[in-house]
Design a protein around this ligand. Structure first.
Ligand code: CP
Length: 337
């Protein structure tokens, strides 16, 4: 299969590279290197479709995708909904703030209630790690579950879109042999509370990149020595060595104790200040998964002035990556070429 063809359902079950893509997408670790490359390569095709005057294909006509968000989101939720619409799927949307969860309904009863209306995929975000795995026990055999972020644990489609964006920025597309070989990526900031960091490390290292976590000791996860990374507490000494500065949000809502002395001291040590940006080579890429705390991990208007800033491109690519994921999991077999 080339990047200019949309695969059929047969290609999805076991594609022509012999890569089986499962029914659910729960973590980067569970899909493995070959399936990661498959999704990224298919994303090339959906990026191209996204540039058309009418960026829509009938591939998932008749399928229904439900976004089930028990935690706030702007990018992930809108991006999945846009992706599903561009694939001609129907969307149902669940928001905890206006649901019967507020009357005491459980996650399981909520899933079973929505499923009874007819659903082919649940896109699930929850503040507790592991909930998307639990949901797989409660859905019917034909229903897919996609993890849209569970607690501090995993955010696989963010990892996929971050990797895709770096591949595209380097080579124009992911290509069939996607590789981040030779790239030194510094993940900077609140690693401890970040599901994005966990998924990014898994995918970046699976694709051959070297990853250094740059954070104060209090914002590193327990057992970091078991991760396939290096660790530094000195952002300034690392800066000249990095090909990618991957910033992470300070997760104030997940900090139950004082892990940094003050915001000012955090900014002094780890913020992307105007002074630090002026030291970053133009060919270095800067990413942030959003939402950004302007004035904390990144100064107010520095990204707009660096040619390697990829934040907007990450958001754009998020739609194509999620189209690829939905298509691979739900592919209807409709040939849309
Ligand atoms: N990056 C990310 O997950 O953003 P949202 O919380 O807005 O979905």
């Amino acid at each position: 299969m080339t990047a200019t063809e949309i695969p059929t359902a047969d290609d999805v079950a076991v594609n022509d590279n012999g890569v089986a893509v499962g029914r659910h997408l729960l973590s980067v670790a569970e899909i493995g290197g070959d399936a990661i490359r498959e999704i990224l390569h298919l994303t090339d095709r959906f990026v191209e479709i996204g540039k058309r005057n009418i960026p829509k294909v009938p591939a998932l006509r008749g399928k229904t995708v439900c976004t089930l968000f028990f935690e706030d989101s702007t990018r992930t939720r809108m991006s999945f909904e846009t992706a599903a619409k561009r694939l001609s799927a129907d969307i149902t949307s669940f928001s905890v703030s206006s649901s019967s969860v507020n009357k005491g309904e459980s996650v399981r009863d909520t899933i079973e209630t929505v499923q009874a209306m007819g659903v082919d995929a649940f896109v699930v975000r929850h503040r507790s790690a592991g909930v998307p795995w639990q949901v797989t026990d409660w859905v019917e055999p034909h229903v897919s579950v996609i993890n849209a972020g569970d607690g501090w644990h995993a955010h696989p489609t963010q990892g996929l879109l971050d990797a895709y964006t770096l591949l595209q920025a380097r080579a124009g597309e992911a290509g069939p042999d996607a590789s981040l070989d030779g790239l030194h990526i510094g993940l900077v900031g609140d690693i401890k509370h970040s599901r994005v960091a966990r998924s990014d490390v898994e995918i970046f290292t699976a694709l051959g990149a070297k990853v250094t976590l740059i954070a104060p000791p209090t914002l590193l996860p327990p057992a970091v020595e078991t991760w396939n990374v290096e660790v530094s507490h000195d952002f300034d000494s690392m800066l000249p060595q990095l090909d990618v500065v991957a910033l992470l949000r300070i997760q104030k809502e997940r900090m139950v104790e004082a892990l940094i002395p003050s915001i000012k001291e955090y900014v002094d040590g780890y913020g992307l200040t105007p002074e630090r940006v002026s030291l970053i080579r133009p060919d270095v890429f800067i990413t942030h998964p959003g939402p950004m705390n302007r004035g904390i991990e990144v100064a107010v208007d520095v990204l707009e002035h660096h040619p390697g800033a990829l934040v907007t491109r990450q958001v754009t690519n998020g739609v194509a990556v999620r189209m690829a994921v939905l298509f691979l999991l739900l592919g209807s077999g409709v040939d849309v070429t």
